[in-house]
Design a protein. Structure first.
Lengths: 175, 129
C-alpha cells in the first residue's frame, strides 16, 4: 500500500492549499451523494459516505492533522447548512472515523490494505454517530440497529476503498 | 498493492462476528413477541388481537358490525369491509409491523399494531366524536 507522505515534499502553503482542496472535494462528494436516488433497501442512516475518500486520501498522503481538520471543517459546514444535531453527528462520526483509520495505519502499517482501513473508517464513523444518537434518544431501544450499521459500514467501506483505488491515478495528477 | 490483505479479512470478519453476536443477543433476550393489533373506537380500546395465532379469520367489533377486519395466517391484519364512502381504511392494506396503523375516520375506528410486550413504543392516535 502506498502511503508516501506528499507533505514531506511540500511547503506549508502547499499543504494548506492541498488540504483545502481535499476539504472541497469532501463537500462536493457528499453533495453528489445526496443526489443519488434512495437505495432499494431503505434503511435510515445508511449511506456510502463518498466524502470518506477525500478523508482517506488526506490520511494516507498528507497526515493526521489534515485529516482531522477536514473532519472538523466538514462538521462546521454541516452546522451552517443543516444545524446542530446533524453537525454533532457529523463531528462524532468524523472524529472517530479518522481516529480509527489512523490507529489501523499505525498499528498494522503494511499488513492492511486500503480496504481494511476504509472499512474500519466507515464502521467507526457509524459507531460514532450511533453513540451520539443513543445519547439523544434515551430509553429507545436502538441497540438492535447496531448490527445493521456495522454490516452496512463494512459494505460502504469496501465501496469507498475501491473508488479510492480507481481515483488514485487521477488524484496523483493533482499534485 | 493487493486488493485485500490477510488483516483486512481478519478485521472484516471480526466486525461481522461482533454484529452477529449483537444480533443474536438481541434476538434471544430482547426480541419482541409477536405484535398485537389494537382496535380503537373513538379513541377507546375495544379489542386487542394477538397477531401470532397463525389463523385466518374475519371479525368485527360490537360497536360497529359494518366494519369487518381480516386477520391473516402470516400475522398481518387489514380492514376487509366497511360502509364508509371512500374506503381509505381498506386501501391502507395489510398491517404487520409495530407502528403501522390504518384508520376509518367516518366510523371512528383505528387499527394499530403495537409491540407484543408492554411498552410505549407505539403511535398515539386520537379521534374526537
Amino acid at each position: 500500500m502506498e502511503t508516501f507522505r506528499l507533505s514531506e515534499n511540500m511547503n506549508k502553503i502547499q499543504i494548506l492549499v492541498f488540504s483545502g482542496l481535499l476539504f472541497a472535494i469532501a463537500l462536493i462528494l457528499s453533495l453528489v451523494e445526496s443526489f443519488f436516488p434512495i437505495m432499494p433497501i431503505a434503511v435510515p442512516g445508511v449511506k456510502i459516505g463518498l466524502s470518506n475518500i477525500a478523508v482517506m486520501y488526506a490520511i494516507f498522503f498528507l497526515g493526521a492533522r489534515q485529516a482531522y481538520a477536514i473532519a472538523i471543517l466538514k462538521a462546521l459546514f454541516v452546522f451552517f447548512t443543516r444545524g446542530f444535531i446533524a453537525s454533532t453527528l457529523s463531528l462524532s462520526g468524523g472524529l472517530l472515523s479518522v481516529t480509527g483509520m489512523i490507529l489501523m495505519l499505525f498499528l498494522l502499517k503494511e499488513k492492511v490494505s486500503y480496504s481494511g482501513i476504509s472499512v474500519v473508517g466507515a464502521v467507526s464513523h457509524n459507531i460514532g454517530q450511533f453513540l451520539v444518537v443513543s445519547l439523544i434518544y434515551v430509553g429507545v431501544s436502538i441497540w438492535a440497529y447496531l448490527p445493521v450499521l456495522l454490516i452496512t459500514g463494512v459494505i460502504a467501506g469496501l465501496l469507498t476503498a475501491t473508488l479510492l483505488r480507481i481515483l488514485l491515478p487521477a488524484l496523483k495528477r493533482l499534485v | 498493492m493487493n486488493f485485500v490483505k490477510k488483516y483486512d479479512i481478519i478485521i472484516i470478519s471480526f466486525i461481522l462476528a461482533v454484529s452477529l453476536v449483537f444480533w443474536m443477543t438481541y434476538e434471544v433476550f430482547f426480541a419482541d413477541q409477536s405484535p398485537k393489533a389494537e382496535i380503537y373506537y373513538y379513541s377507546e380500546l375495544v379489542k386487542t388481537v394477538d397477531l401470532g395465532q397463525g389463523i385466518e379469520k374475519n371479525f368485527s367489533i360490537e360497536e360497529n358490525p359494518n366494519v369487518v377486519f381480516h386477520l391473516f395466517e402470516d400475522g398481518s391484519i387489514c380492514f376487509e369491509e366497511s360502509d364508509c364512502p371512500h374506503k381509505l381504511c381498506i386501501k391502507a392494506g395489510k398491517q404487520y409491523w409495530p407502528g403501522q396503523f390504518a384508520a376509518c375516520l367516518p366510523n371512528g375506528i383505528i387499527l394499530k399494531i403495537v409491540p407484543g410486550e408492554n411498552s410505549d413504543r407505539d403511535v398515539d392516535i386520537v379521534i374526537g366524536n
